[in-house]
Design a protein around this ligand. Structure first.
Ligand code: GLY
Length: 428
């Protein structure tokens, strides 16, 4: 099966690595656009502007893939899936209309209201609002304040704070950039990321995961795209995944079909598990990063065949997904200064391609003119560990990190630690 993956992060590296093990995928079947420095042994790399639908179609015409898997939200929101489907290519990833579930938080709220899905109360402030209106809206919320950029912000557009001045300042920054602001009531309870393969009304959940979004240990510092994740979640109440599927993902999938914008791809439900069960914090229209790196490390079913089924409307006919026993965890190695003031161009040691089976995945990496692997983004590398226990998975991942060298880099030392130590509690 010839496959084109669109994207360049550790999520796409994990997708390629997992699909390379599918018996239907031959040695030279994998292509990636644009890819990163770690993928060169797994896939043929193509330097393409991935938010340009015409450029992606031209590349697909060259490769003639049996499946296109779109990783990031930007090409999905830009309509790359629509353009590829119009040319007859099977695509894993929603069309532009359906990608609004992530691209517009106001649209997502509207879908949830119609589908009867529990979520935070929200209010939008439009650019051009007066200072008095902004202040009045801020005063209708908090503390804690949840202030979101109602656009694509790679996970960094959300500020959660007890400080009214910080909430007000973030709202002003987002409005000054010309984007609407979404204020939300704060949802109490531990966070869950549940990824579902969706093809119209068919919904198949993957293992639940938990992300760590703050940059520092003990959830300190600013939000990032995600600094590490683990799966599955032992602390989730029994039947928890099925509750999320029944109360959240199936109603949303049906509502999207009813609106004439059926979802085909990966529906990512970001939830808080409170006293009454799951409430939606946000939806994304693609695999999460870094949770995917942990979740796919546990998947035994052939990934390419599963994604192909979702892309061709035959998900309901697929056998049940198979998972290996145990736990997986991923830790992100971030560049100097990330997330506020990321430095790129630093030479990386220990990250030659081909270390996937040791758990080393590339995110923001490139080759410089001398052929060195250098940092090219904020989140630079991921290390994945798998073990019979979460503690063992942690030990394996953290044992690999010292083999990677990147000046000024940093990583969290407490990924999954609250779960290992039994410190995750559900509000009563
Ligand atoms: N892990 C957060 C995200 O993928 O948006």
């Amino acid at each position: 099966m010839r496959i084109l993956v669109i994207g360049s992060g550790a999520r796409e590296h994990a997708l390629l690595h997992s699909m390379s093990k599918d018996p239907q995928v031959g040695e030279s079947d994998l292509h990636v656009a644009p890819g990163n420095a770690g993928m060169s042994e797994l896939a043929t790399m193509h330097p393409v502007q991935v938010d340009d639908p015409a450029a992606c179609v031209a590349l697909a015409d060259e490769i003639a893939p049996d499946l296109v898997v779109i990783g990031p939200e930007v090409p999905l929101v830009a309509g790359v899936a629509d353009a590829l489907r119009a040319k007859g290519y099977p695509v894993f990833g929603p069309n532009k209309d359906a990608a609004r579930i992530e691209g517009s938080k106001a649209f997502a709220k509207d879908v949830m209201a119609a589908a009867g899905v529990k979520t935070a109360h929200a209010e939008a402030i439009q650019p051009g609002a007066s200072d008095a209106d902004i202040d009045a809206a801020i005063d209708r919320f908090g503390p804690n304040w949840v202030v979101k950029d109602d656009g694509l912000a790679a996970g960094k557009g959300v500020v959660v704070t007890q400080d009214r001045a910080a909430a007000r300042a973030h709202a002003a920054d987002v409005l000054a950039a010309g984007n609407p602001v979404l204020l939300e009531s704060f949802l109490d309870g531990p966070e869950v990321s549940l990824f579902c393969l969706v093809d119209g009304e068919t919904v198949v959940p993957l293992q639940p995961a938990q992300d760590h979004k703050r940059v520092g240990d003990n959830d300190e510092g600013p939000n990032t795209g995600g600094m590490g994740a683990y799966a599955p979640l032992e602390w989730l109440p029994e039947g928890g995944v099925q509750r999320i599927v029944d109360e959240v993902c199936v109603p949303v999938a049906k509502e999207m079909v009813a609106r004439g914008c059926p979802f085909q791809g990966l529906l990512y439900a970001g939830l808080a598990w409170g006293a009454d069960g799951p409430s939606v914090v946000e939806f994304n229209c693609r695999f999460g990063d870094p949770e995917t790196q942990a979740v796919l490390a546990l998947l035994e079913s052939p990934l390419a065949q599963v994604l192909h089924a979702a892309a061709t409307g035959t998900l309901a006919e697929q056998p049940e997904l198979q998972w290996r026993d145990g736990y997986a965890l991923t830790v992100v190695l971030a560049a100097h200064g990330y997330p506020q003031d990321t430095r790129t161009g630093d030479v990386i040691g220990g990250a030659e391609p081909g270390r996937e089976d040791e758990g080393v995945l590339h995110a923001g990496t490139a080759r410089d003119e001398e052929g060195n692997i250098v940092s090219s983004g904020g989140r630079v590398l991921n290390v994945v560990g798998v073990g019979a226990t979460l503690e063992e998975a942690r030990e394996r991942a953290y044992a690999v990190l010292p083999t990677l060298e990147l000046d000024g880099s940093h990583y969290r030392t407490d990924i999954a630690l609250p779960a290992v130590e039994g410190r995750i509690t559900i509000p009563q």
